[in-house]
Design a protein around this ligand. Structure first.
Ligand SMILES: NC(=O)C1=CN([C@@H]2O[C@H](COP(=O)(O)OP(=O)(O)OC[C@H]3O[C@@H](n4cnc5c(N)ncnc54)[C@H](O)[C@@H]3O)[C@@H](O)[C@H]2O)[C@H](O)CC1
Ligand SMILES: [K+]
Length: 224
């Protein structure tokens, strides 16, 4: 991979928009590359039982793709969903329907009475995937995601953050209350300016960049 400058939140959004509008790349292709690349990174660490925590947006969509690829690799996975199923849209919905049809287990964790099963699954998992909030989010995590972050941080499981640890500001590196404390972060296209800041180190862990198939010309256009 060529050396690349860091992408801010605004530039990351520009990558998504330009990919679709000028370079004719459907978002679901980028999501597939993001999810597959992340699944391969985790598989190399030999996970035994993976709990994939998904939020309402495209970050959650990456989580559904990861679930499908880990399942294919023979790794036991369960999805913990932190929104109502009706909120899921667009590319995330395409991938949600695939995992529903594939019979991958989904815990509906936005409903309070099911949070007990989340705690039970969390205690069984050796790895948790944080696909709750992505780079577009600028405010402190709201419920039920806020409580999930607290439970995940208090658990013994190792944590992989997708694109960004939920709660962290990717531009400044400042954590909100609460923020996921990841062992490693798989981030897309390039690293982000905040990940190099001292305040962010205990939240991002090791940072790995996953290429998602955006052309060099697109990157040059966003970064110039
Ligand atoms: N080119 C790329 O980099 C690609 C990135 N992908 C992934 O998509 C996310 C960004 O997705 P987006 O849908 O814009 O945002 P989020 O998933 O973070 O979530 C939006 C969702 O969250 C709700 N929300 C907003 N603020 C809060 C809050 N404080 N607490 C709780 N919930 C909140 C909001 O209402 C929306 O419903 C990027 O990070 C990548 O992971 C794609 O895979 C394609 C390629
Ligand atoms: K995340």
């Amino acid at each position: 991979m060529s050396v690349r400058p860091l992408l801010t939140r605004e530039q990351s959004r520009a990558v998504d928009t330009l990919a679709a509008e000028k370079y004719h790349i459907p978002g679901v292709i980028l999501m597939e590359n993001a999810g597959r690349g992340s699944a391969e990174l985790l598989f190399a660490r030999k996970p035994a039982n993976v709990l994939i925590c998904c939020g309402p947006g495209n970050n959650g969509g990456d989580g559904y793709v990861i679930a499908r690829h880990l399942d294919l690799l023979g790794v036991p996975v369960i999805i913990a969903l932190f929104c109502s199923r009706e909120r899921i849209q667009g590319d995330a919905l395409i991938n949600f329907k695939i995992i529903e049809a594939a019979g991958i287990e989904i815990l509906d964790c936005a409903a309070e009475h099911l949070c007990e099963s989340f705690a039970a699954q969390l205690s069984q998992a050796d790895w948790v995937i944080d696909a709750m909030l992505g780079t577009g989010v600028t405010s402190p995590p709201r419920e039920p995601i806020a409580s999930a972050i607290g439970q995940i941080n208090a658990s013994k499981a190792q944590v992989m953050a997708i694109d960004i640890p939920s709660g962290l500001d990717c531009d400044t590196g400042q954590p909100n209350a609460p923020t996921i404390e990841a062992d490693f972060t798989a981030t897309f296209v390039t690293s982000k300016p905040g990940y190099q800041k001292p305040a962010a180190q205990s939240y991002v862990g090791e940072v790995h960049v996953v290429d998602i198939g955006t052309p060099q010309a697109l990157l040059r256009e966003v970064l110039r």
